[in-house]
Design a protein around this ligand. Structure first.
Ligand SMILES: Cc1cc2nc3c(=O)[nH]c(=O)nc-3n(C[C@H](O)[C@H](O)[C@H](O)COP(=O)(O)OP(=O)(O)OC[C@H]3O[C@@H](n4cnc5c(N)ncnc54)[C@H](O)[C@@H]3O)c2cc1C
Length: 586
């Protein structure tokens, strides 16, 4: 008999998004289960460095309208302007709320929250650089995660740490009624039944070989959604952060350039002025990543292989580096062997963030046009954080906007879930067949023998994605990638877990994660192949222009037959004038 627990809400994911949503529900005295495959404060939010963006105007003149403009422009006009307005309007109150919860922000001399400039931030709709990102040194995510975790403990959220969510449980009417899960230590299956389910499983950059993301970022929520017959949105848009440490992937925050750091090629040239004459090193991330890629291609990369550029910050001085960028110094010394007080940091574009994800609206409801008519919500199912596509980041996310997205939409989702619970007080019967289907999927990994290994197939998938779907793409490259990926995926049934002894559950976990990663990689290639334009982080060398006439729309990918569908971008904000698409320069 599978253990079954019933809650009002089950939250899958204990990062910033999951914790913020859980807090809203727990403080309303609802019974909340939070499932996390790692201890919540080890969630990837912990590694967010640079900060959280809100137009507090503590350092430069600022207001949320300018933040909204920058976000729309940064998204290359693919972001939904209703959601972007909602996020930017609510940013200041979200940051003050965190401050009041006890988040230890760095301070200005006058005691106000410290803010630093980030890429793509401007005053007065494209004017001078704005200084908008609120920071706790270079450990903002760490501070945010611990603050929210402590508040959840106080609010009596029930934590199920080191539980791995497997599948959504949906009934014949399409209601989501909870999830199946596995307790990692024992391998025991569990059923978490709830009238509302929120997916907050974070990003999926582990489809790539070189990534700033932790190994746990395997897009499990996205896999669950695809298996439930629902689509994923805008999967062609992955952000390559300009400044990852080569090979290792560790991130050197944009906050470093915000504090005054700059990039140079092997000739010592500050090359960003050639690509973004105004914003230079603080241009949007897609722009800076392409600039680095071009310098490397032109033979101006640094090092023996010429495959990186240098990020210089010595001129900031020892005191400032130690006070504002202590974690970065540590990372650089440990992983690049360079103390930035005296040496440049080697950097290269590295897979960092997923702009696409589970289609959701600004209440956190998962929406599915093709199955439910125009933008109808999937009853009982919510998504927030990096796994969700609201879409506030469109084709390219601005730095500091993800932590903001987590808390604004985590809270909004929590509030809407409370409403849903009020309107749906009676639990619906649980479809046992769905539970059994999920368990049968897991049981397949008990097989022995096998000619393939999970690690081997995962490595091949990551190489395919790195080589065929990176900063620059083309039809030829993507088609070849898709063919290779198809061959890799076809070998999955021949894979088995070698070690059925003491490491068996972790091995089984990696197998289940691969079952999530492979369709996400496929969604990415298929969506990227179809989009014959260049927009934001999606750069097609064979289609170098943005094409608003044909492509000002969101992609929706269904795994059945690789079906693609499209929906329009919401150009109409909630209360203000639209920002009409125009050429994007920095
Ligand atoms: C190095 C780095 C630095 C960054 N710096 C910044 C920054 O300065 N500012 C900014 O705005 N953004 C930054 N970002 C982006 C931002 O940190 C992330 O987008 C964000 O933290 C994601 O939060 P989340 O709550 O969606 O997911 P996460 O924090 O990744 O949490 C995901 C949760 O889901 C759980 N989970 C996943 N799958 C399962 C499963 N199958 N079963 C159970 N639990 C599961 C995990 O255990 C985890 O608790 C940075 C990203 C990186 C990689």
């Amino acid at each position: 008999m599978i253990p079954k627990r019933r809650f009002d809400a089950v939250i899958v994911g204990g990062g910033g998004a999951g914790l913020r949503a859980a807090l809203q529900l727990a403080e309303a005295n609802l019974k909340v289960a939070l499932i996390s495959k790692v201890f919540p404060t080890r969630s990837h939010t912990v590694s967010a460095q640079g900060g959280i963006t809100a137009a507090l105007a503590n350092v430069s003149d600022d207001n949320w309208h300018w933040h909204m403009y920058d976000t729309v422009k940064g998204s290359d006009y693919l972001g939904d302007q209703d959601a972007i307005e909602f996020m930017c309007r609510n940013a200041s109150s979200a940051v003050y709320e965190l401050e009041h919860m006890g988040l230890p922000f760095s301070r200005l001399d006058n005691g106000k929250i410290y803010q630093r400039p980030f890429g793509g931030q401007s005053q007065n709709y494209g004017g001078a650089q704005a200084i908008r990102t609120c920071a706790a040194a270079d450990r903002t995510g760490h501070a945010l995660l611990h603050t929210l975790y402590q508040r959840n403990i106080a609010a009596r959220t029930q934590f199920f740490d080191e539980f791995f969510a497997l599948d959504l449980i949906r009934d014949a009417d399409g209601y989501v009624l909870g999830v199946t899960a596995m307790e990692i230590e024992s391998g025991e299956p569990w059923v978490f039944e709830a009238r509302t389910t929120l997916l907050a499983t974070g990003g999926a950059c582990r489809i790539f070989r070189h990534s700033t993301n932790a190994h746990i970022n395997t897009g499990d929520g996205l896999g669950m959604v695809l298996r439930a017959g629902l689509p994923l949105e805008d999967m062609e848009f992955w952000q390559f952060h300009p400044t990852g440490i080569p090979e290792v992937g560790s991130l050197i925050t944009e906050g470093v350039r915000g504090e005054g750091g700059f990039l140079v090629n092997k000739l010592g040239e500050k090359f960003m002025a050639n690509y973004a004459p105004n914003a230079k090193d603080l241009a949007s991330r897609d722009v800076v990543s392409r600039a680095i890629a071009q310098e490397i291609r032109a033979g101006r990369g640094c090092g023996v292989h010429g495959d990186y550029v240098d990020l210089k910050i010595e001129h900031l001085g020892t005191e400032k580096i130690k006070a504002r960028l202590p974690g970065i110094r540590e990372l650089s010394m440990q992983f690049a062997g360079a103390d930035p007080i005296t040496d440049p940091i080697p950097v290269t574009p590295t897979a960092h963030y997923m702009m696409g994800g589970i289609p959701s609206n600004l209440h956190g409801q998962v929406v599915s046009p093709a199955h439910y008519g125009p933008e109808e919500a999937v009853p009982g199912l919510y998504a927030a954080g990096e796994c969700a596509c609201v879409s506030v980041h469109g084709a390219n996310r601005l730095g500091g906007n993800s932590l903001l997205d987590l808390v604004v939409f985590g809270r909004a989702a929590g509030m809407h879930m409370i409403e849903h619970l009020r309107e749906n007080p009676i639990p619906r019967p649980l479809p046992q067949a769905e539970v059994e289907k999920s368990m049968a999927r897991v049981a397949r990994w008990d097989r022995k023998g096998g000619t393939e290994t999970v690690a081997g197939l995962r490595g091949e998938m990551q190489r395919v994605m790195q080589d065929h779907c990176g900063v620059y793409r083309s039809e030829e490259l993507l088609l070849a990638g898709l063919e290779k990926l198809t061959r890799v995926a076809a070998r999955l049934p021949d894979a088995a877990i070698r070690d059925h002894s003491k490491h068996f559950n972790t091995a089984r976990l990696e197998a289940l994660e691969l079952e999530n990663l492979l369709p996400i990689a496929r969604a990415t290639l298929v969506s990227a192949l179809a989009r014959t334009e260049s927009r934001g982080a999606h750069s097609r060398e064979d289609h170098p222009q943005r094409d608003d006439r044909q492509w000002l729309r969101h992609s929706l990918y269904y795994c059945q037959n690789d079906q693609l569908d499209y929906k329009p971008v919401k150009l109409k904000p909630l209360t203000v004038e639209s920002f009409q698409p125009k050429e994007r320069t920095y």
